[in-house]
Design a protein around this ligand. Structure first.
Ligand code: 4NP
Length: 165
């Protein structure tokens, strides 16, 4: 069976990337691809290692039926470039941090999540980044969820041909 592994990456691994992980898990499960698409998340920083996701992210996600409570923060490492087929960053700063530790042969694995928003979705034209909600209000966490839901749909569509026989 063909499988593909993806790791979502943000700065702290307590807001955006755990949200992307939970949204992706739900959509992958709905698409009956849970055994073929393997999912994880990590942060480029080390401040929140071992912590549960931010309460505000947990609350906003729970209102849409996603349970973030079991996730724990971890920091990305060089070994993750061998373990994962794709490292999907939330913003350009994450990309720069990933490139700094990435073995040269693995650079093509680094992508931006917003690249996968379907072209037909007109909500964030030209937007490259999932905006960091950490220092903002509740609306930021709703936008993170909206962006993750749209982008994960496009990501699954892009991965489909790579995992089906
Ligand atoms: P995340 O959000 O990268 O989406 O998890 C942040 C979490 C923590 C910090 C910044 C952003 N921080 O400065 O501690």
């Amino acid at each position: 069976m063909k499988t593909i592994s993806v790791c979502f990456v943000c700065l702290g691994n307590i807001c955006r990337s755990p949200t992307a992980e939970a949204v992706m898990r739900q959509q992958v499960s709905d698409a009956k691809l849970a055994e073929r698409i393997l999912i994880d998340s990590a942060g480029t920083g080390d401040w929140h290692i071992g912590e549960a996701p931010d309460e505000r992210a947990q609350r906003a996600a729970a209102q849409r039926g996603y349970d973030l409570s079991g996730l724990r923060g971890r920091q990305i490492s060089r070994a993750d470039f061998e373990r994962f087929d794709l490292l999907i960053a939330m913003d350009d700063a994450n990309i720069a941090n990933l490139r700094r530790i990435c073995p040269p042969s693995q650079r093509d694995k680094i992508r931006l999540l917003m690249e996968f928003v379907p072209q037909t979705d007109g909500r964030w034209p030209g937007e490259r980044e999932v905006t960091d909600p950490y220092f903002g209000g509740a609306a930021g966490f709703e936008q993170v969820l909206d962006q993750c839901e749209a982008a994960c749909r496009g990501l699954i569509a892009a991965l489909h041909p790579r995992v089906l026989p």
